[in-house]
Design a protein around this ligand. Structure first.
Ligand SMILES: Cc1cc2nc3c(=O)[nH]c(=O)nc-3n(C[C@H](O)[C@H](O)[C@H](O)COP(=O)(O)OP(=O)(O)OC[C@H]3O[C@@H](n4cnc5c(N)ncnc54)[C@H](O)[C@@H]3O)c2cc1C
Length: 286
């Protein structure tokens, strides 16, 4: 289908983009990689009057060392996130999860910021952002503000960005020390969306789990932090203890029932995949 008519602007700086968004009003939409927005326009599920294309705003691209954190520009493409040496060194869970997103064509257009701003709970990267305690840096006419990932994802496809704000960057605290990672994604065919995904980061100390971070994909209308598992994992040193802790993975979740799976099957998957992800990250095998 052909999208409804819209005006198009392609600013070259963030300041110009904020001005263009403000002038266009509430019916404007930001265009990043277009991998979700263009299908939405073609299906006429949205009718923006103006598209503000960020693809020429160079300052929104790239990864920077920011002391105890990494600052990842919102327009950094998935393919660049996957191979960036700073991300591989300090936030490898993100590179690993990004490598499971769609296919190479989508990963060469889609952006990290676009995926988070789209806030699809079936998307792989929101759960990672939540697990890694990311802060989302928004800029608008009122200036710059930081939003914790736990406060950013409000509901299905809904974030706490206001219509005149642009997601400029994502700040991810570095995980230093003996952290290891695993993103477990269950899908029915290769390169498809997750039926359920589990993002796990684990810090081992003397052979047992000292600290863990677990985020769940597609287990509710927003990404979910599996806090009960994180508490139960403390001190776990063998596979049986990890699997026992993983039994809490579905606590407080409200997954959808759809063509991919029923809700109770997703809850079962969350427990199994959490056990697998943590065991793999912790280097524990049967
Ligand atoms: C065939 C296919 C398969 C896919 N499979 C997966 C998958 O397995 N896992 C997965 O996680 N994702 C998947 N995706 C989604 C893909 O990863 C894209 O990252 C995602 O669609 C959005 O990124 P984008 O840069 O294309 O954003 P766009 O489509 O351009 O924008 C998406 C939304 O975010 C808003 N937005 C974008 N950037 C900003 C910003 N900086 N500030 C404020 N708002 C902004 C836009 O206005 C729009 O509402 C798939 C997409 C396709 C087409």
């Amino acid at each position: 289908m052909i999208p409804a008519q819209f005006d198009y602007v392609a600013p070259t700086t963030l300041a110009e983009a904020i001005t263009a968004l403000g002038e266009a009003g509430e019916d404007a939409k930001i265009l990043a990689g277009g991998q979700s927005l263009i299908p939405v326009l073609r299906l006429r599920l949205a009718f923006p009057t103006v598209l503000v294309d960020l693809s020429k705003v160079d300052e929104l691209r790239g990864v920077r060392d920011d002391g105890d954190a990494l600052l990842i520009g919102a327009m950094t493409k998935h393919s660049d996130v996957m191979t960036d040496p700073l991300i591989t060194k300090y936030a490898a869970l993100l590179s690993e999860a990004t490598s499971t997103v769609a296919d190479p064509a989508v990963r060469h257009r889609g952006t990290f910021g676009g995926a988070l701003a789209h806030a699809d709970p079936a998307g792989d990267l929101a759960a990672v952002a939540l697990a890694l305690d990311a802060e989302l840096v928004a800029e608008g006419p009122g200036g710059r503000r930081s939003i914790a990932a736990k406060d950013f994802f409000m509901d299905y496809l809904e974030t706490s960005l206001s219509p005149d704000e642009i997601l400029a960057a994502v700040r991810i605290p570095k995980l230093v020390g003996s952290w290891s990672y695993r993103y477990e994604k269950f899908n029915r065919v290769a390169q498809a969306w997750a039926i359920v995904g589990v993002a796990a980061a684990v810090r081992m100390d003397g052979g047992s789990v000292a600290e863990s971070r677990i985020g769940l994909t597609n287990m509710g209308s927003t990404p979910v932090r599996a806090s009960a598992v994180e508490s139960a994992l403390s001190g776990a040193s063998d596979l049986a203890a990890v699997r026992a802790a993983a039994q809490s993975a579905a606590d407080g979740t409200n997954p959808p029932s759809d063509l991919g799976a029923k809700a109770d099957y997703r809850q079962h998957l969350a427990k199994v995949l959490t056990g697998r992800a943590v065991a793999a990250a912790a280097g524990l095998s049967s």
